[in-house]
Design a protein around this ligand. Structure first.
Ligand code: MG
Length: 341
């Protein structure tokens, strides 16, 4: 297999804020694995929060060049084997692992003349309804964002330690969407029962990550108080974390770049099903290549939060569309998206 790596500079349609700092650019890594004239693409969106950078991800993957020479992948079991083999060389970078894993899924499906979804589930991908996220906003920003999302079926709203319901009331009154509230670990001081009861009046489906992961022992009490389902995000990052969800959350969020790609994403989904948990697939700011990989895992989950490439002004991949809140993958082979990279 031949390897090429590229750092893409991507720009959101509107700058977003991280800790009050306006972000106008992200740097994602796209890799291409080619053999027998077939190219498989993979992507990573390295996240500063997890101490990941695009340069480091490229460096780690370039270190695998010798491993790719002569590598043969003929089945899903082979991809799972490669995941285990390369992890000691890519750890602790789940982002690097994710890019390699996705490229192998894309390559193998294309080689077989089918979609990744057929490879994983034995059927073509169905449309996925995604939520669109509204971050903490000024009143003026909120009006503009709501105008953009008037007709979508689902909106995820970020909250903070104030637990202010005014933005949620405004969104519920001015859209038709069901709401999801991402508390971003900030609700430790708030009243779970009162807040969740108010939220049920605002078409809210669930609350995401109300407490910091380190407040784990307080979660059963929060769960007992909440009248809405509660999903883990920061408390459920990798496959092993799923075992600790029952009794602490009703379900969890799967992010491919945090768990290491489609292979662990599917394993988390299957284990979550066995445990009877609710699940969502989430994303970072990423091209429709990585979103298409999320769409594969989302075939088996209850919810999707995959607006990452919709937020981009310069997505280089084509083959995935957002039709009023529903994602359709139009390409037939591999992940169904293509680009000249
Ligand atoms: Mg979250």
């Amino acid at each position: 297999m031949q390897l090429s790596t590229t750092i893409l500079k991507l720009h959101p349609k509107t700058p977003f804020r991280i800790a009050r700092e306006a972000q106008t650019e992200v740097r994602n890594v796209v890799i291409k694995l080619t053999v027998d004239g077939v190219a498989g693409y993979g992507e990573a969106s390295p996240n500063k929060f997890y101490k990941e950078t695009a340069d480091r991800v490229v460096e780690l993957i370039e270190g695998l060049r010798d491993h790719f020479v002569g590598l043969r992948v003929d089945s899903v079991a082979d991809i799972e084997r490669v995941w285990t083999e390369v992890w000691p060389r890519l750890q602790p970078s789940r982002a690097a692992q994710c890019a390699v894993d996705i490229a192998l899924w894309d390559w193998l499906a294309k080689k077989k003349g089918i979609s990744v979804c057929e490879l994983a589930f034995g059927r073509k991908p169905g449309p996925i309804v995604t939520s669109f996220t509204i971050g903490i906003s000024t009143p003026e920003e909120l009006v503009r964002k709501v105008e953009d999302l008037k007709a979508v079926p689902s909106i995820k709203v970020k909250s903070d330690a104030k637990g202010d319901l005014a933005p949620l009331r405004f969104i519920a009154a001015n859209t038709v969407a069901k709401l999801r509230v991402d508390a971003n670990c900030a609700w430790a001081e708030l009243d779970a029962k009162a807040l969740s009861t108010e939220l049920t009046k605002l078409r809210t489906e669930f609350i995401e990550q109300p407490l910091p992961p380190e407040n784990r022992e307080q979660m059963p009490a929060f769960l007992a108080q909440s009248v809405l389902p509660v999903l883990a995000d920061e408390s459920c990052v990798v496959r092993e974390d799923v075992e600790h969800i029952p009794g602490h959350f009703h379900g969890f969020n799967i992010k491919l770049v945090k768990c290491g790609g489609i292979t662990p994403g599917l394993a988390m989904m299957r284990r979550g099903r066995e445990l009877g948990l609710k699940m969502m697939v989430g994303c970072m700011l990423e091209t429709s290549l990585l979103i298409a990989a999320g769409v594969v895992v989302a075939q088996g989950t209850d919810y999707a939060d995959l607006d990452g490439s919709w937020l981009l002004a310069d997505d280089p991949f084509v083959g995935l569309t957002y039709d009023n809140g529903t994602i359709n993958v139009t390409g037939m082979l591999g992940l169904g998206v293509e680009a000249e990279i």
